[in-house]
Design a protein around this ligand. Structure first.
Ligand SMILES: O=P(O)(O)OC[C@H]1O[C@H](O)[C@H](O)[C@@H](O)[C@@H]1O
Length: 547
């Protein structure tokens, strides 16, 4: 398979970029009253306005040629069918099976995985209902009122961020708390609030080998035993989700309390599995199912929609256009919804841990850009923090504006104000303000021409800053499932185009290995410091912190 930059369509895009790079969206909109109609589409209720992008109809056609030449559609079909596309770990990539509502089998190595998936969902549903209806209680017979969910990375971000995003759908009587960081302050503060007799501890770790999660679970166990719990009561209060059943039982987890997951589900793609238990406990199983239903609908859209109207594919190729032709190094997510304030952090792991790669599965080092820095924050707050740079900075930062058309709380005209900011920002980023317009505003203000010449450039808005506006009717569990799956598939499309493996994450290993070596040296001063002078000095400093 030819590398991305060797593709014919890449060469055609390169030429097209030179011809069109200086076109201004202001003019493109002025020249075509139908621009919005041409560059907007929908996917299972999600409305995508991609007209405020630096594209023409030819750009779109060439970008989709690129996707086709990279065999995005074929590779997509292969992923859904269980192909081992995670080549470095020789694994299939089947997070889509977790929300497969088609009733059809999904074969992995010739074996239908759906019976196991459905059995696990049934186990989750029974467990959640038992906790909610009080048939499953703590060691003193009390109904559970609190859940301590321990996990990190993909075993934390999805559950925490989606539970926050769907706060209006939470069930009464149970509160889910999350601990991820190994920083003792995190678990200290959470444990201080928990009623031990009615607290359920849910440890999630696909590998069952993550230092932070194991440590936090140990600490929670010590807390339990030090505050009235007995060893024989642990089985009532400690559950876990893992693909490493042996390590979990060796750790002391009761076999009946382990919810399985599979190696064909990547951590950052796992909230649809039993990793999503905290979501189900917080919202009720029906709402968790609705999340799955939304993702399934987006899967069907992605599978069956021609690329011309395929929302994940369009988002994917637009990102490639800015990264590989305009040189953008980051992409900002701006959810104009308070409940989605954590969503950028979720997509940050999804995108950066998937496409932050610099070599191909066939052993080539890449000489072109791949995954961008993903960042963001809730609107309208960002307008008062970092939008300055997006409007007038020296770097191009494509932006996704995400907004529900209906608020969860229609109060006064708050939502109209939120929408006005969202739409006003994308308009300002697109049209900017010319120096002529700026100077005209100074007319009659008593400034000399020289003074105007000096100040005007600081008030010019270049504009031509690309944005996607993504609307959902209301942020329901189903809509959220659609949005998450949309970004999963966008990431997939980009990874295929760049020719990288989006489903391993070797980049997280070196720091862990070196960190373990440092930990030994921090905790045993007799170990010789044979590293670089910086690391040695830092270890010395920590060793002597109480001197
Ligand atoms: O679920 P676990 O095995 O504990 O892994 C938790 C996280 O740590 C790993 O280092 C990766 O960064 C993530 O992809 C993963 O989700």
């Amino acid at each position: 398979m030819a590398l991305f930059t060797e593709l014919k369509s890449f060469q055609a895009l390169k030429a097209h970029f030179e011809e069109t790079k200086n076109l201004h969206m202001r003019d493109l909109f002025a020249q075509d009253a139908e621009r919005f109609a041409k560059f907007s589409t929908t996917a299972c209720g999600i409305e995508l306005d991609y007209s405020k992008n630096r594209i023409t109809e030819e750009t779109k056609a060439l970008l989709l040629d690129l996707a086709r030449e990279a065999k995005v559609e074929e590779k997509r079909d292969g992923m859904f069918a269980g192909a081992r596309i995670n080549t470095s770990e020789d694994r299939a990539v089947l997070h889509t099976a977790l929300r497969n509502k088609s009733g059809k089998p999904v074969l992995c190595d010739g074996v239908d995985v759906m019976p196991e998936v459905q059995a696990t969902l049934a186990k989750m549903k029974a467990f959640v209902n038992e906790v909610h209806n009080g048939t499953r209680t703590g060691y003193t017979g009390k109904k559970f009122t609190d859940v301590l969910a321990i996990g990190i990375g993909g075993s934390f971000l999805g559950p925490k961020i989606m539970t926050e995003a769907l706060k209006p759908y939470r069930v009464d009587g149970i509160k889910v708390h999350f601990v991820a960081n190994v920083d003792g302050s995190h678990i200290h503060d959470v444990l201080a609030t928990l009623p031990i007799e009615s607290t359920l501890v849910l440890m999630s770790s696909k590998s069952f080998g993550t230092q932070e999660t194991l440590k936090n679970t140990e600490t929670a166990k010590e807390w339990f035993l030090a505050n009235g719990g007995k060893f024989e009561d642990i089985a009532k209060h400690f559950m876990c989700v893992s693909s490493n059943i042996k390590a979990a039982t060796d750790f002391g987890m009761d076999a009946d309390n382990i919810f399985p997951m599979w190696d064909w589900v990547g951590g950052r793609y796992s909230l649809w599995s039993a990793i999503g238990l905290p979501i189900a406990l917080a919202l009720g199983f029906d709402n968790f199912e609705a999340l799955l239903d939304g993702a399934y609908e987006m899967d069907q859209h992605f599978l069956n929609t021609p690329l011309e109207d395929n929302v994940p594919a369009l988002l994917g190729v637009l990102g490639v256009w800015y990264i590989n032709f305009f040189g953008a190094q980051s992409h900002v997510l701006l959810p104009y919804d308070h409940y989605l304030r954590g969503f950028p952090a979720y997509v940050q792991q999804l995108d950066m841990e998937s496409n932050g790669k610099s070599a191909t599965p066939t052993g080539d080092y890449l000489d072109y850009s791949t995954g961008p820095v993903i960042w963001g924050g809730e609107g309208t707050n960002g307008q008062h923090a970092f939008h300055q740079l997006i409007h007038q900075g020296t770097v191009l930062i494509p932006a996704d504006f995400i907004m529900p058309i209906h608020s969860q709380h229609e109060m006064s005209n708050h939502h109209a104000m939120l929408a006005s900011n969202c739409f006003g920002q994308t308009q300002a980023l697109m049209q900017g303000k010319t120096v002529e317009q700026v100077k005209a505003e100074f007319a009659g203000k008593g400034l000399t021409d020289e003074e105007i010449e000096k100040v005007a450039p600081q008030k010019v808005f270049e504009g031509n800053k690309p944005t996607n506006t993504i609307l959902v009717d209301k942020l329901t569990p189903k809509a959220l499932g659609q949005i998450i799956a949309m970004y999963e598939h966008k990431v997939f499309v980009q990874g295929i185009i760049w020719g990288i493996n989006s489903f391993d994450q070797w980049g997280v290993e070196l720091g862990k290995v070196l960190g373990n070596d440092v930990l030994a040296k921090l905790e045993d001063s007799s170990i010789e410091l044979n590293g670089d002078s910086s690391t040695n000095a830092l270890i010395e400093r920590f060793r002597n912190r109480n001197a």
